[in-house]
Design a binder for this molecule. Structure first.
Ligand code: NAP
Length: 254
């Protein structure tokens, strides 16, 4: 599999969960992958080791997002890592995946929770892309991980859903903006996926069964389900798709 041979990818939040699966999948297709993490360096190094074991190339880049100076720190680390690999400071694929959840109904939302969810889930992806446009080659790919919570009413996590909804709007505008450079911009909206993010929602067999029942396939999504969609969007095969939000929720709540 060498569909992405010679390409360079940055995947934010690739130390665990969906981001790790995306990083591994892109590396299996031949891309050199920058495995970004926030605080969990050990997990990021584990992702890197898994990629190397699978015959791929990767390096880790740490930068906490949603704090002042986050984007500058991330790109300084990225460019340093690329130089160490003997590669130009250029990207072909930018995957904005890092994110946090925050369950709270409207009466429970505090200004602090609101600001934090928008800082990490909306503001940092926006400026990640804005700064990344310097490095991204023409003909490149931008893939933004959104959520199916933007398609169905999700009052249990109202601010999280709003923050992800802003990413869908961003995707649309950006696709138009970057068309002349041949860059496609798409969002992927997972439903429930088995990761650390929702471990507290799967504490009992009954709770897990209820999450599985949301999908027409009666199972909870796996990180690889999302990574396969991202790999398609990163490939040449998706060249005629831009400005779209692809639902990857196993037909949840159709
Ligand atoms: P996860 O298992 O909790 O992993 C989150 C990843 O993001 C980790 O690599 C983490 O880095 C990084 N991260 C989180 N906050 C960060 C911050 N402030 N600064 C830098 N890095 C940060 O999450 P996941 O389930 O894989 O979710 C990945 C994406 O999919 C998110 O955007 C999420 O909203 C979206 N999504 C998930 C689901 C689901 O059911 N899991 C459903 C729909 C959408 P560290 O390891 O260093 O902490």
């Amino acid at each position: 599999m060498d569909a992405l041979a010679g390409r360079t990818a940055l995947v934010t939040g690739a130390s665990r969960g969906i981001g790790r699966a995306i990083a591994r999948r892109l590396a299996r297709e031949g891309a050199l992958v920058a495995v970004h993490y926030g605080r969990n360096e050990a997990a990021a190094q584990q992702t890197r080791e898994l990629i190397v074991e699978e015959g791929g190339r990767a390096f880790a880049v740490g930068a906490e997002l949603g704090v002042p100076g986050d984007i500058e720190a991330l790109y300084a680390g990225l460019e340093e890592g690329l130089a160490a690999q003997g590669t130009e400071p250029c990207l072909d694929i930018l995957v904005s995946n890092a994110g946090i959840s925050g369950s709270a109904r409207i009466h429970e939302v505090t200004p602090e929770l609101f600001d934090r969810l928008f800082a990490v889930n909306t503001k940092s992806p926006f400026f990640l892309v804005q700064r990344g446009l310097k490095n991204l080659r023409d003909g490149g790919r931008i893939i933004i991980i959104s959520s199916a919570a933007t398609r169905v009413a999700y009052p249990r996590s109202v601010v999280y859903a709003m923050a992800k909804g802003a990413l869908n709007t961003f995707t649309l505008a950006l696709a138009r903006e970057l068309g002349p450079r041949g860059i496609t911009v798409n969002a992927v909206s997972p439903g429930f996926v088995e990761t650390d993010m929702n471990v507290e929602k799967r504490v009992t067999a009954e709770a897990t069964a209820a999450l599985a029942a949301l999908s027409v396939f009666n199972r909870v999504g796996q990180p690889a389900d999302i990574a396969d969609v991202v790999a398609f969007l990163a490939s040449d095969a998706s060249r005629w798709i831009t400005g779209q939000c692809l639902d990857a929720s196993g037909g949840s709540r159709l």
